[in-house]
Design a protein around this ligand. Structure first.
Ligand code: SAM
Length: 197
C-alpha cells in the first residue's frame, strides 16, 4: 500500500485513537514552548486532522493566521469539519513542494510527520524557504527517535520511518539555510528547533 493511501485510511479514526486527553495535554504543553507571538503567521506542515489547530490559533491570536497542509485529502476533510475561523487556511500539498511564497511565516511547525517524508532534505528546504528571516522551525514528536522507530514497526508502509540522526539533521539544516539547530531527544520527546538565517 502506498503511504498516502495508508494515511487516508487512518483519517476517520486518527484523533480518537492517537490523542487521548492525556496526550492532548502534552501537546498543549509542547506548543506552549514554541516561539509563537500574537499576530504571527504559522505554518503547520502535514497537519493531518488538525490536532494542533486550537493550540496554534490560541498562540497566534486573532490577528495571526495558520496555514496548514497535508497530502491526505481524507485527513484534511476531518480538519475542515472543525469549527475554526477565517484565520485558518487548510490546503492539500506535498511537503516537498509547498505552494506558499518565500519569507511568509514567522514560525514553521512539523509535528509527528517529518519521518514520513520521502525526501526529508527537500521538505526541510521548503520549510526554510517559506520561513521569514529569524523564524523558528520546529520538528516535534511526543517520542524519542528510538521510540518512533519502534512505534512505526517493521511491517507497515511507515516501517523504518524516523527522524534523522542528530549529525545528519545538523547537516540538513546547514544545506537548508538554517542555523543554531537545538535537538532534544529523550523518552517521550523529540524536539528539533532551528532558525532561518
Ligand atoms: C502521523 S500523521 C500526523 C499528522 C498530524 N501532524 C498529527 O499530529 O495528527 C503524518 C501526516 O503526514 C502526512 N504526510 C506524510 N507525507 C507527506 C507529504 N510528503 N506531504 C504532506 N503530508 C504528508 C500524512 O498524510 C499524515 O497526515
Amino acid at each position: 500500500m502506498k503511504k498516502q493511501q495508508f494515511f487516508d485510511r487512518l483519517a476517520d479514526t486518527w484523533e480518537d485513537l492517537s490523542f487521548p486527553p492525556e496526550t492532548r495535554k502534552r501537546i498543549a504543553a509542547l506548543v506552549a514552548t514554541f516561539d509563537i507571538r500574537d499576530g504571527d503567521r504559522v505554518l503547520d506542515v502535514a497537519t493531518g486532522t488538525g490536532i494542533l489547530h486550537p493550540y496554534l490559533l490560541r498562540a497566534a491570536g486573532k490577528s495571526g493566521c495558520i496555514f496548514a497542509f497535508d497530502y491526505s485529502i481524507k485527513m484534511l476533510c476531518q480538519a475542515k469539519m472543525k469549527p475554526f475561523g477565517a484565520n485558518l487556511h487548510c490546503f492539500q500539498a506535498s511537503a516537498m513542494d509547498i505552494p506558499l511564497p518565500a519569507d511568509l511565516c514567522d514560525t514553521v511547525v512539523c509535528f509527528a510527520a517529518f519521518p514520513h517524508f520521502s525526501d526529508q532534505l527537500k521538505a526541510l528546504q521548503e520549510m526554510a524557504r517559506v520561513a521569514k528571516k529569524d523564524a523558528s522551525i520546529y520538528i516535534a514528536h511526543l517520542m524519542s527517535r528510538e521510540e518512533l522507530l519502534k512505534h512505526h514497526g517493521s511491517h507497515s508502509p511507515v516501517a523504518g520511518d524516523t527522524v534523522p540522526e542528530a549529525v545528519d539533521l545538523e547537516r540538513m539544516c546547514q544545506a537548508a539555510g538554517l542555523t543554531d539547530p537545538l535537538i532534544t531527544d529523550k523518552p517521550g520527546l523529540y524536539l528539533a528547533r532551528a532558525l532561518k538565517v
